[in-house]
Ligand binder design. Structure first.
Ligand SMILES: *Cc1c(COP(=O)(O)O)cnc(C)c1O
Length: 355
């Protein structure tokens, strides 16, 4: 720390991302919920010399072609979409715009929400999930604060139905409810169709998980034109050229390749299902997942010990040093072969025959 750091930032604890080691052939990286598959071939084809030459220009402020592709895909108007440098950025913008009276979120959810609350300086209200890690909509009545809900939730993978979200929207008509749908393509039900009926709903999506583009940094919000205009006001005050031109092109190409998207997401779901039952058979407690990861507890060792044992076999999973979830690890769904190896080593680890 330098002697120049402001008083406020001295005391500030930054978000800790999952480890990002150099990926070599031997490493099985199941710790940050990336896709094991590459983006569709149409994305590589779109990276033309002309697209690269245009890097000399600033990117399109309106991301017009990308927003058109999204608008067509989701059945919402173009002025109902705001794009960002990852969904992280647009959630941050939304909190600046709508967190004036504070922000409420679960005790076990995306670790960035409390970090942004503190960074922006808004009051936070943490609402514990139930003992089984489900969220009770009754706990979210008239909170008088912006509400953030990851649905499906991370790191649990548990999904809430749109009718439960509707209950929360109706109980908080004067506050924005942001539904973070980073994982919705893996089995959750989207709240995007509700955006036409609720002027206090913002839905957030990302290209990082189901669209194989975590490194391109692309996410977006869907909401009423008025909410989107407010988010755009923040975007224009921070970084109007937030989505680079190659990412805009890549994103549009990805959205237009529906068969590839469908194939890859179905394949992850199928791999998740057999991996979950294989872990169950080994005595693990596995939460019901609607995401591209499993949140699981080993029968006879703690989360940190299991994480470390897997690491000795070059398999990375995520363990959170946090109350209530220390016994669990979060395992990203990889390819069938990667998960087969995970199960094989896990069998040895919990059977005590690990070399
Ligand atoms: C991965 C994730 C995001 C964000 O991702 P970006 O890469 O910034 O788009 C947002 N919310 C949740 C719950 C996530 O798990």
């Amino acid at each position: 720390m330098s002697r120049f750091l402001s008083e406020r930032m001295r005391a500030f604890a930054a978000y800790t991302p999952g480890e990002q080691p150099k990926v070599t052939g031997a490493l099985i990286k199941l710790n940050t919920n990336e896709s094991p598959y590459p983006p569709p071939p149409s994305v590589a084809r779109a990276m033309t010399p002309d697209a690269i030459a245009r890097l000399r220009l600033y990117s399109d402020l309106a991301a017009a072609d990308l927003v058109s592709a999204l608008s067509e895909d989701l059945g919402v108007d173009r002025n109902q979409i705001a794009v960002g440098n990852g969904s992280d950025e647009v959630i941050y913008f939304a909190m600046i715009a709508f967190g004036g009276s504070g922000a409420a979120f679960a005790d076990i959810t995306y670790g960035f929400y409390p970090v942004w609350s503190k960074l922006i300086g808004i009051e936070e209200q943490v609402i514990p999930l139930k003992a089984d890690f489900t969220l009770d909509p009754a706990d979210y009545a008239s909170l008088g604060k912006m509400i953030l809900i990851a649905n499906p939730n991370a790191p649990t993978g548990i999904a809430l139905s749109p009718s439960d979200i509707e209950r929360i929207l109706r109980a908080n008509p004067d506050q924005v409810v942001l539904v973070d749908e980073a994982y919705v393509d893996f089995g959750g039900e989207s709240c995007v169709p509700l955006a036409a009926r609720y002027d206090n709903l913002l839905v957030c999506r990302t290209f990082s998980k189901s669209r194989q583009m975590a490194g391109a940094r692309l996410g977006f919000l869907v909401g009423s034109p008025a909410l989107i205009a407010d988010v755009e006001k923040v975007r224009y005050s921070v970084n109007p050229y937030n989505v680079n031109s190659l990412t805009q092109i890549a994103g549009a190409a990805s959205v237009r390749d529906k068969p590839y998207f469908e194939r890859t997401r179905q394949s992850i779901i199928a791999t998740r299902e057999w991996t979950s039952s294989a872990l169950n058979k080994l005595g693990f407690a596995v939460l019901p997942s609607s995401a591209n990861f499993l949140f699981a507890k080993a029968p006879n060792l703690g989360g940190q010990a299991y994480m470390q044992a897997l690491r000795r076999h070059n398999i990375l999973v995520r363990w959170f040093d946090a109350d209530r979830i220390r016994d669990y690890v979060r395992i990203t769904i990889g390819t069938d072969e990667q998960m087969r190896l995970l199960i094989e080593y896990t069998q040895r680890i919990i059977g005590g025959t690990d070399a």
